[in-house]
Design a protein around this ligand. Structure first.
Ligand SMILES: NCCCNCCCCCC(O)(O)C(F)(F)F
Ligand SMILES: [Zn+2]
Length: 341
């Protein structure tokens, strides 16, 4: 299985994350990609290539043009206003306020985000583009007949919505991979999001589309970030009615409960008639993940991968979350091993 990896992920190296009322070193840090790369190479996935540089055409089918333009210019606007820290949103268009993009960068940061933990920094946009390139190149690799590819995306993307950043996400890599598979001829595509956190961004992007099925297993939003989307009664709308399926799961969920939901999701994806699959792979479902509360063990990630292999669908794996413990590498490698059979 070919691995798509870009050194440009290192351009995303924020100093701060707002966590527990403090500015802490971000959980989503460069070492993650280095640990995962080393582990997948160690597991035999040594066909590692840099992605091609793609334009923004694919992203422009998923995100609004004004949002992508905001992402590209936010840092220079922030610096031009004379701020010395990192660009953190602090004022949001909340209930009963006006939904319009302010000229002021403080207002624009709040308008184009849904959460305040994620700072924009000098290299953020370039790194996000490189992650997007990995996802699109991985989709191309599968579109020409390969059964699987791994996009080692950093920063992650599944929280990035049509015109919102947050949750360490800026451009929705998995959505770009799904769109690319559609553009390269797959009539129907599914995105299966197994990150601990609900892929609110991916859901938002495809919510009214009937050509892409979105399924997500995640910590119940009543207990977990992103808190305000990912409930079981969200099933799509318009042409997309019936093509969204959420599996909110409780604190302490172990693999036996978790995998029953995955099996149900895979059955629905088969029923939908997906001809290709994008996996939003977060390994923050691991029992020792520092910010999550599921109890998957390292060997469970092998079973996860094996179940995907059994579907017979070509799969583009996009890296999402998974933090702080060395096992993130092993857990990702186990998913790839399971898929590779
Ligand atoms: N007390 C916990 C606060 C959680 N704050 C933000 C969590 C962001 C999770 C990001 C992710 O893991 O879903 C991604 F895959 F996108 F990286
Ligand atoms: Zn996550």
């Amino acid at each position: 299985m070919r691995v798509f990896y870009s050194e440009d992920h290192k351009l995303r190296d924020a100093r701060t994350e707002l966590h527990g009322g403090e500015l802490v070193p971000p959980f989503e840090a460069p070492f993650r990609a280095e640990w995962i790369l080393a582990a997948v190479r160690e597991a035999g996935f040594s066909d590692v290539v840099a992605p091609e540089q793609h334009g923004m055409e694919t992203a422009l089918k998923l995100h609004s043009a004004d949002y992508l333009e905001f992402l590209e210019t936010a840092w220079q606007r922030w610096v031009a206003d004379g701020y010395r820290g990192e660009a953190i949103p602090a004022c949001f268009p909340a209930r009963r306020m006006r939904q319009h993009p302010p000229k002021d960068i403080d207002g624009a940061l709040g308008y184009y985000s849904f959460a305040a933990e994620t700072a924009i920094t000098e290299g953020t946009f370039a790194a996000a583009r490189a992650a997007m390139d990995c996802a699109i190149s991985a989709a191309d690799h599968v579109a020409v007949g390969n059964t699987a590819a791994f996009a080692l995306c950093r920063p992650p993307g599944h929280h990035a919505a049509i015109d919102l950043f947050g949750g360490y996400s800026f451009i929705n890599n998995a959505a770009c991979a799904a769109q690319r598979l559609r553009d390269r001829g797959a009539p129907k595509v599914a995105v299966l999001d197994v990150d601990f956190h609900h892929g609110n961004g991916t859901q938002d992007i495809f919510y009214e589309r009937g050509d892409v099925f979105f399924a997500s297993l995640h910590g119940d939003p009543v207990d977990a970030f992103p808190h305000f989307l990912g409930f079981a009664d969200e099933e799509g709308a318009g042409a997309g009615l019936g093509t969204t399926k959420n599996y909110p799961l409780p604190r302490g969920t172990t693999f036996d409960t978790w995998v029953a939901a995955m099996d149900d999701a895979l059955a629905r994806i088969a029923g939908f008639g997906a001809e290709a699959l994008v996996l939003s792979l977060g390994v923050d479902t691991f029992e020792r993940d520092p910010i999550s509360f599921f109890k998957l063990k390292s060997e469970d990630f092998l079973s996860l991968g094996a179940r995907l292999q059994k579907t017979g669908l070509p799969v583009v794996v996009c890296m999402e979350g998974g933090y702080g413990v060395p096992e993130i590498g092993l857990n990702v490698a186990n998913v790839l091993k399971g898929i590779a059979g």
